[in-house]
Design a protein around this ligand. Structure first.
Ligand SMILES: [Zn+2]
Length: 399
């Protein structure tokens, strides 16, 4: 039988419609090819500074770099299309007085990295640039400052960091700063001090996201009461599943969701595995006690090493990371969950998710648990893109 031309075209068109791959890992990879991951936090710049004194000749990121969790080929295999690079300097620089200078050096390092690999990387000033760069098959790069002490109390420095590509600032790191309380230190401000409020208002005005990872619960509440733009937690998981003060309680997850923000799940064992989290939280308390008991550093180091020898290693698995994703999606809403690996910033990672090429494993687990493509797209990047666009809108409206 001969088909009429219109029927023939219809038959051909039907045959050409791609059916989704049946195998979940192939489906995960196909999904990442369509909508690459936007990851909230990667500490590779800090590791490069420590290991190589910033020499891209001895440390070629376009080749496999097994000493790191991250290199450019593995990010590509992992389906990552945009990365917030952390420009972290230690919280002790606040007392040392060199936080601003060292943060500028880290920003310079990321700019040099982007210039060194133009085939792979491009700086993304806006959400629209993120989308454009991803469609060109390159990795869109944004910067995140980890610790508000980096601006040394200067709003002009904050504004200039924005001009250098910094699109979020985590208000604290492990220590309480001059104007914001940390989740892992003694509170001094009941959350956010008056200058901290000025910083948040200025971040709203210039379009820089406020990052609530690391800050105290009261500080989260203060920021949510104040911020006109939605916020992120660039690398935090659920405290209900892994009881570490760095993770977010259900009350705060729900509040960040209700405010329109995104919580980006940290993959580190200390933040996803209940045994590791409990030990890490206990270590913080013991460190404080030992510091009070042993003023001499050698005595303190010895006592801490003895305590650490009593801890057990517990890495967790990629399934456990999926549990955090699902918990946050349930409590905050599926529009309010994202991914913030903390690759190269944590010592231990779970089985199946211990380097930057393995994001499709997490997506595979979620597909096996029945996640739709639409919800996976939200998790992998649409949610954080929405928050970036909204922060840009708030900035335009306030200028
Ligand atoms: Zn961190």
């Amino acid at each position: 039988m001969q088909l009429a031309p219109s029927l023939l075209l219809l038959a051909l068109a039907t045959a050409c419609v791609a059916t989704p791959p049946a195998d979940p890992i192939d489906r995960a990879r196909a999904l990442h090819a369509q909508l690459p991951v936007i990851d909230g936090h990667n500490d590779l710049p800090g590791r490069i500074r420590e290991r190589t004194r910033v020499n891209f000749d001895t440390c070629d990121l376009s080749k496999p770099c097994p000493e790191f969790h991250t290199d450019l080929p593995r990010l590509r295999t992992g389906g990552v299309g945009a990365q917030f690079w952390s420009v972290f300097v230690p919280a002790s620089t606040e007392a040392g007085g060199d936080a601003l200078e060292r943060t500028l050096e880290q920003v310079d390092l990321v700019h040099r990295m982007v210039r060194q690999y133009p085939e792979w990387l491009e700086l993304a000033p806006t959400a629209a640039d993120v989308e454009r760069i991803r469609t060109q098959g390159k990795l869109a790069c944004m910067l995140g400052i980890e610790g508000g002490y980096s601006i040394e109390g200067s709003l002009p420095a904050l504004r200039l960091f924005h001009r250098l590509g910094v699109r979020y600032m985590t208000l604290t790191h492990t220590l309480t700063t001059a104007w914001a309380d940390s989740s892992t230190d003694e509170p001094r401000h009941g959350g956010l001090a008056p200058f901290g409020e000025e910083v948040v208002r200025e971040m709203n005005r210039i379009g820089m996201l406020v990052d609530l990872s690391h800050v105290s619960d009261d500080c989260v509440r203060d920021v949510l009461a104040l911020s006109k733009a939605p916020v992120i937690a660039s690398h935090s998981s659920a405290r209900a599943l892994a009881n570490h003060p760095r993770n977010l309680s259900d009350e705060l997850l729900a509040a960040i969701g209700a405010h329109g923000g995104v919580v980006m799940v940290n993959f580190g064992s200390n933040f996803i595995d209940p045994v590791s989290a409990e030990q890490a939280a206990r270590t913080l308390v013991v460190q404080r006690e030992l510091k009070a008991r042993f003023p001499d550093k050698a005595d303190y180091d010895k006592a801490l090493a003895e305590f650490r020898a009593t801890l057990v290693a517990s890495r967790g698995t990629v399934e456990l990371v999926a549990d955090h994703v699902e918990h946050i999606a349930r409590v905050a809403g599926v529009e309010h969950v994202g991914l913030g690996s903390d690759f190269d910033g944590v010592g231990s990672l779970p089985e199946g998710l211990d380097s930057a090429d393995l994001y499709p494993n997490l997506t595979r687990v979620l597909i096996e648990r029945g996640w739709s493509d639409a919800n996976l797209r939200k998790l992998c990047g649409e949610n954080v893109l929405r928050v970036l666009r909204e922060a840009e809108r708030v900035a335009r409206a306030s200028n």
